[in-house]
Write a protein that binds this ligand. Structure first.
Ligand SMILES: NC(=O)c1ccc[n+]([C@@H]2O[C@H](COP(=O)([O-])OP(=O)(O)OC[C@H]3O[C@@H](n4cnc5c(N)ncnc54)[C@H](O)[C@@H]3O)[C@@H](O)[C@H]2O)c1
Length: 385
């Protein structure tokens, strides 16, 4: 089997290395910090130990899986790899430098892939001698557990590179979707209103955090409410993604970041990992009870859901991905209870349009503009499915 290279042995690199080794590949994982390499080794071993304890893996399989991973601080060891997946810091210059160095080492046929969550794949390809080999492969965290991988061709990417990258990762038991090289790809774009609209509702004083969380969880079926989810992801990370999506979309007000979250970041109230976020997680602190007012909860849920559906419809309208991939991405990438386009059919597209139009009339803000696709479908009485 092919040897897989991974550059960057952080949270994502170590997870992807484990996935590739589990599929039977020899893996070379490289980081310029030796401490990161030893941390990655420990992380993978802990994860394998858990799988053994749960009976998902035998001791012998865990041992041989781990022995297929080679840890190194020399990029030259990528020489034999058929694909190298880069998972270093989220900075375009750093990634471009790393790809240039790798191109001097690997074969002409080697695919150079990036696990970036938000940067342009085409910009990474632009620096290469053979730009047709660049590919975005966006795994979710933790990579061994999350099934979705977004595959993102750059403008220059060869169709065969897309096909063989997709086939390889499908073979690792992942569900792949193809997304256009645009900010946030599918998931990080379509999910923005889950946070942004919840923050807006909170800022307007319509409801507090536990009530909004309760509405989305208990009345709508999401696994976590927006505020507990932002605290779980980390407000620093969640805010940074929003900011990147907002600026990369040339400041479209639909993605506008929130001051409420910015202040939490300023105060280092990152969420669970720092003990404080929207909620207080320190010893003895209790999460406040929601106001279980069902009409209020339904109003909140229908507003956030309409904004999410609008975003999914717009992604389809602008051909970021196809219908099935958009729904698959949201159910498997972020565990939404239903695909948003299927959900739109269930609610009734005319009702979603009505909700968006009422918000638009109320606020007179471009943020609430209804996707032309939804409006057209409502007029033509068509469904997504
Ligand atoms: N953490 C997530 O939830 C997540 C999810 C999807 C995608 N991503 C993306 O994956 C990438 C990595 O994220 P992460 O969370 O694993 O980061 P991380 O900070 O945990 O790890 C990055 C690793 O890269 C190493 N590194 C930095 N520059 C290097 C270089 N030039 N050569 C070799 N090693 C280098 C660092 O020492 C570090 O060990 C980023 O592009 C990020 O946007 C992250």
């Amino acid at each position: 089997m092919d040897t897989i290279g991974i550059l960057g042995a952080g949270a994502m690199g170590s997870g992807i290395a484990q996935v590739a080794a589990a599929a039977g590949h020899e893996v070379v994982i490289c980081d310029n910090l030796t401490i990161a390499l030893s941390k990655a080794g420990k992380l993978i071993q802990t994860s394998l130990k858990t799988s053994v304890e749960k009976g998902k893996l035998t001791d012998a399989d865990a041992y041989s899986l781990f022995s297929r991973i080679r840890f190194t601080d020399h990029m030259s060891e990528f020489r034999e790899c058929s694909i190298v997946i880069e998972a270093i810091v989220e900075e375009i210059e750093q990634k471009q430098i790393a790809f240039k160095s790798m191109e001097a080492i690997v074969d002409e046929q080697t695919i150079l892939a990036s696990n970036t969550s938000s940067l342009s794949i085409s910009a990474m390809g632009a620096q290469l001698k053979y730009p047709g080999r660049i590919l975005g492969v966006h795994f979710f965290n933790p990579a061994p557990l999350m099934r979705l991988v977004e595959i993102i061709p750059g403008l220059q990417t060869h169709p065969e590179v897309v096909a063989s990258g997709k086939k390889l990762i499908d073979g690792w038991g992942k569900t792949t979707v193809i997304a256009k090289d645009t900010p946030g790809f599918i998931v990080n774009r379509v999910a923005r209103p889950y946070y942004g609209e919840a923050l807006r509702i909170f800022e307007e004083g319509i409801a507090d955090e536990p009530t909004i969380d309760w509405a989305m969880r208990d009345l709508c079926g999401f696994r976590m409410g927006p505020f507990e989810l932002m605290d779980f992801i980390g407000n620093d990370i969640n805010y940074a993604v929003t900011e990147v999506v907002f600026s990369n979309f040339f400041f479209d007000p639909r993605y506008k970041p929130s001051f409420t979250q910015k202040r939490l970041v300023d105060a280092h109230y990152f969420g669970k990992k720092t003990g404080r976020g929207f909620y207080d997680y320190r010893d003895g602190a209790v999460i406040p009870e929601p106001t279980r007012d069902e009409p209020l909860g339904r109003e909140i849920a229908s507003r956030i859901l309409a904004m999410l559906i609008n975003e999914a419809a717009e992604a389809l309208y602008l051909r970021i991905a196809n219908r099935d991939d958009i729904d698959l991405a949201m159910t498997q990438g972020v565990n939404y209870p239903k695909g948003l386009l299927a959900w739109a059919d269930e609610i009734g597209i005319d009702k979603v349009v009505e909700k968006l139009d009422s918000l638009y009339v109320e606020y007179l803000e471009d943020r609430y503009r209804c996707s032309p696709l939804l409006r057209k479908m409502s007029r033509d009485r068509r469904n997504f499915y």
